[in-house]
Design a protein. Structure first.
Length: 562
């Protein structure tokens, strides 16, 4: 990491290990955890706070709610002081802070850069510091969950005015979405590209031997370093030898890791499409969301270049926006990035042409809705003239490229272990609620695709997955159903419309007969006419069955021999 001190970039200090240890002890002792805060606030107020609505939490933590002298209420009152300071950004007295955090005290918070004395003498939060954590990870034999505290800049609902342009984003919907999407497997080297306050790096440390975290912002790296050292015990880090497991690097996109390869790359990049202006400076951009490139080029560039830093068999997962041009399918734009990679391959760099890619569009919005979302995100609506001008700039920028919508979704890339084969691509639109975390289900889908590539489906014996149900709809009095649907209750929760023959196939999948035998039986039952093409029937049904296996509706029967 660059030699700039945290104080010089206005970030919490990470060079005071004893004080950090005392703060961690104080936070733990006062019950400043996810469960502790939830219990203090109550279900409704805690849920409202998750939506950045602070009024119910303010009411729940008012001092008159706690009986003076009662031991239980004293403990709750102490926790309420901490919650009001950092989560609700309400200044507290130094006496209350000293009582709630007796080892760190007000002086320690000020020294660490976490709080400041305001003009009235009260202690005001300088940053957001909140509990974060996750449950045990069964595949890693983690019996217990992980409890952390994460520092970031105060959010829009915690402070007046427009956000600073070098704002360091905290725990948000996008970061948690990527956490839930990432496939967790042991890896030697992982890369968190655009680390922000370090959320992705924290998770990577629990299944990676070494994590490299990069960012274009020195402030972001300073926050990440602070968070790593504050949570050193939970993250299994040696504060005196942080570099043995974590490398923090300053730079844009892949520049800080040029020439290196990784088993896993995750990125929540600054993908927000932002109008460019003549004479624009980097200081004019919100670094946490604006990559400084026109349109969706930041995501396009990453899709084209990430395969260069993947080791054979390595994967990359990221979030992104893409523009949907008038009269075009949403997948046309992402597909063009992969096509450009193939073109690049012809000039000597052929890594991308062998890359597997899977795009899942989760949302598609109009240019107007998109502009409103991101203007509100940075509180730019608080300045009426700024809001009007910025809104108009968004619409003009989209119109200049004939953009009628913007898509958002998840991207998975893999460099195959066998570099001799061409890559495969898949584009899906799934806009309804899915199971979370979705990462394990994505991993299972990728494994099923590998199984199909490695086995003769005709010889396989299949069974219906446990979460699958069938629906049949027919007109009153009709002899046969007009619609037959197969639904998943877990994972991506897909729905598949079945033909009569495919429905018959699925109903017979109990593992007894092979796929070939079932298709043969259906051919004999449904065929026989002069215009019946047996070869086409068998090939079409086999293709449909392969899709059901790929999507997890049907699974290979596991035998003792397997």
């Amino acid at each position: 990491m660059p030699g700039t001190t945290p104080a010089a970039v206005d970030a919490p200090r990470s060079d005071l290990p004893e004080l950090l240890s005392e703060l961690a002890d104080d936070l733990r002792n006062v019950g400043y955890t996810l469960d502790g805060v939830a219990e203090l606030l109550g279900e409704s107020a805690n849920a409202a706070l998750a939506r950045d609505q602070i009024i119910p939490a303010l009411i729940a933590t008012e001092p008159h709610n706690f009986t003076p002298g009662a031991a239980t209420d004293r403990a709750k009152a102490a926790l309420a002081v901490v919650v009001r300071l950092w989560l609700l950004a309400v200044p507290q007295s130094d006496g209350d802070i000293d009582a709630a955090l007796p080892r760190t005290r007000t002086a320690g918070l000020v020294e660490l850069g976490l709080a400041v004395k305001n003009d009235g003498g009260a202690v005001a939060a300088k940053v957001d510091l909140r509990p974060y954590g996750w449950g045990g990870v069964p595949e890693e034999d983690e019996a217990e969950g992980v409890e952390l505290w994460v520092a970031s800049d105060l959010a829009a609902h915690q402070q007046p005015g427009v956000l600073r342009h070098d704002h360091v984003l905290g725990i948000g919907q996008a970061s948690t979405t990527l956490v839930q999407t990432t496939i967790r497997r042991p890896s030697k080297r992982a890369l968190d590209l655009g680390t922000g306050c370090g959320i992705q790096a924290f998770h990577l440390l629990h299944h990676s031997e070494h994590v490299t975290a990069t960012d274009i912002s020195e402030r972001a790296l300073a926050f990440t370093r602070f968070n790593l050292l504050l949570n050193a015990d939970a993250l299994r880090l040696d504060p005196a030898d942080l570099e043995s497991r974590v490398s923090l690097r300053l730079g844009s996109l892949l520049e800080p890791v040029a020439g290196e390869t990784f088993d896993l790359v995750v990125s929540n990049p600054p993908f927000v499409i932002t109008p460019r202006t003549e004479g624009e400076q980097a200081s004019d951009q919100f670094t946490y969301r604006d990559g400084g490139l026109p349109g969706d080029e930041i995501v396009a560039q990453l899709v084209r270049t990430l395969p260069d830093v993947l080791a054979p068999g390595g994967t990359a997962q990221m979030l992104g926006n893409w523009e949907v041009r008038a009269g075009s399918a949403w997948s046309e734009r992402p597909a063009s990035w992969l096509a450009q990679s193939h073109t690049d391959a012809q000039s000597g760099n052929d890594t991308q042409s062998r890359t597997d890619a899977w795009f899942i569009q989760r949302e598609q919005v109009s240019p107007e809705f998109y502009a409103e979302t991101w203007l509100q995100d940075a509180s730019e609506g608080r300045d009426r003239e700024l809001y009007r001008n910025a809104y108009g700039a968004y619409l003009s920028d989209f119109a200049s490229r004939d953009v009628e919508a913007v898509g958002f979704g998840m991207i998975w890339l893999r460099r195959p272990a066998d570099d001799s084969r061409e890559g495969s691509t898949r584009f899906e639109e799934i806009t309804y609620p899915i199971e979370q975390p979705i990462g394990p289900h994505l991993a299972a889908a990728i494994e099923r695709t590998g199984w199909l590539d490695a086995h003769d489906l005709v010889e396989a014996h299949l069974v219906v997955a446990d979460d699958v149900t069938e629906e049949r709809h027919q007109r009153p009095g009709a002899e046969h159903p007009g619609v037959i649907l197969l639904r998943q209750g877990a994972g991506l929760r897909r729905t598949n419309l079945l033909s009569t023959e495919l429905a018959g196939f699925v109903s017979a999948c109990d593992g007894e007969l092979s796929v070939g035998q079932l298709i043969g039986a259906l051919s004999a039952l449904l065929g026989g006419g002069d215009d019946f093409d047996d070869d086409a029937f068998r090939a079409g049904l086999l293709s449909d069955v392969a899709n059901l296996v790929r999507d997890g509706f049907l699974l290979p029967e596991v035998t003792d021999a397997d």
